[in-house]
Design a protein around this ligand. Structure first.
Ligand code: NAD
Ligand code: DAU
Length: 340
């Protein structure tokens, strides 16, 4: 199989490329990535010289460039991770989210259609379902939960999902969609909760907790997500949506305290700051469908995964130190400088 993996220089895409080259050594991966602020070519350095891997700096919205690469490479399947992925940035400036997440998805699917109905997988998110109340632990997102988005980010991802399903129904494009909960693990960009708290803790910097820190997320170790997408590609039913996640729910404040204790720091570092606008309360996935149909279950418990992740950040300063200098500092100052 020749796979196009878009957004492979980012967090989950890079982990997926490592997973596929390890688990399917006979296959070939072509990574298309624009290398935005979130894309890091150094992440892919372990596979850059692998004869089964090729990197191409391509914007998925660039129709001509995408079509040229399809003509050259004749992919058997496209796995679309490329996206603007940070909710806070979407609240500041939605435009690029609509461009990449919606238009980019349509450009890729058009190329799939015009090159022999190439198999297409869309990496989506549980955020398309909106949120669940904190006082109803019995409720979970299933694949039939209505789309009900909160942020420009989740709205752009939901729009893309609707387009993917429309291309299936209208043109018969062989598609699947996975809607995953919050990932964590190696190569997670430092603007997101877990790496941000680890890195701030290591520098004895304030730990900015939004609101009261009571919001709940359903955390999944990134390798478990990669395994799920791999299974969907091999055995998933065409035209179907699969929820991925399950039963690793944590309150933000508890995660922050856990990181503090693992690193031997003081809870005095916790700083409660203004809440995120439209902040989703709770996400929780019911993974019954992917379990029953494809035999998938998460393998890494949060208690183990978070230790592995902290260890990874301690051992890989060379990866994150260059990222948190320069442009990231401006971002941090803008988002957190006057946040009370
Ligand atoms: P990320 O921000 O770490 O990486 C995104 C990658 O996409 C970067 O390498 C970036 O350079 C690339 N990219 C952005 N715009 C592009 C464009 N126009 N053309 C080509 N490449 C472009 O994101 P992530 O956390 O790895 O998320 C990957 C995907 O998984 C996204 O679609 C996201 O919505 C989805 N998702 C993420 C999570 C999570 O917890 N991180 C959970 C569920 C779903
Ligand atoms: O659920 C899947 C989604 O998970 C993905 O679709 C998104 O791409 C991914 O970014 C993630 O979205 P969240 O908004 O849940 O992740 P984030 O790490 O930004 O925030 C997690 C929680 O922590 C959220 O309740 C906000 C809170 N938070 C976040 C940051 C960055 C803080 O309290 N302080 C912070 O500084």
């Amino acid at each position: 199989m020749n796979y196009f993996v878009t957004g492979g220089a980012g967090f989950i895409g890079s982990n997926f490329i490592f997973h596929m080259l390890r688990e399917h050594p006979e296959d070939r991966i072509v990574c298309l990535d624009k290398l935005t602020y979130a894309g890091n070519l150094s992440t892919l350095s372990p596979v850059m010289n692998d004869p089964h891997f090729r990197f191409c700096k391509v914007d998925i919205c660039d129709r001509e460039a995408v079509n040229r690469l399809f003509d050259e490479e004749h992919p058997d399947a496209v796995v679309n991770f490329a996206a603007e992925s940070h909710v806070d940035r979407s609240i500041e400036d939605p435009g690029i989210f609509l461009q990449t997440n919606i238009i980019g998805t349509s450009v890729l699917m058009d190329a799939c259609r015009s090159h022999g109905n190439v198999r297409y997988h869309q990496v989506s998110t549980d955020e398309v379902y909106g949120d669940l109340p904190l006082d109803r632990p019995d409720l979970f997102f299933t694949e039939t939960t209505p789309i009900h988005t909160s942020s420009p980010y989740s709205s752009s991802k939901a729009s893309a999902d609707l387009l993917v399903l429309a291309y299936y129904r209208t043109y018969g494009l062989p598609v699947t969609i996975s809607r995953c909960s919050n990932n964590y693990g190696p190569y997670h960009f430092p603007e997101k909760l877990i790496p941000l708290m680890i890195i701030n803790c290591l520098h004895d910097k304030p730990l900015p907790v939004y609101g009261e820190g009571l919001n709940v997320r359903d955390w999944l170790y990134v390798e478990d997500h990669c395994r799920a997408i791999d299974l969907i590609l091999q055995k998933g039913r065409i035209g179907e949506v699969y929820n991925v996640g399950g039963h690793n729910e944590m309150r933000n404040i508890d995660i922050v305290k856990l990181i503090i204790h693992e690193l031997g720091k003081s809870e005095d570092l916790i700083t409660y700051v203004a809440d995120r606008k439209g902040h989703d309360l709770r996400y929780a996935i019911d993974p019954e469908k992917i379990h029953a149909e494809l035999g998938w279950l998460p393998e890494t418990k949060f208690a183990d995964g978070i230790k592995k992740t902290i260890r990874w950040y301690l051992d890989n300063e060379d990866w994150w130190k260059p990222i948190i200098s320069g442009e990231y500092q401006h971002y941090y100052e803008k988002m957190y400088g006057n946040r009370e």
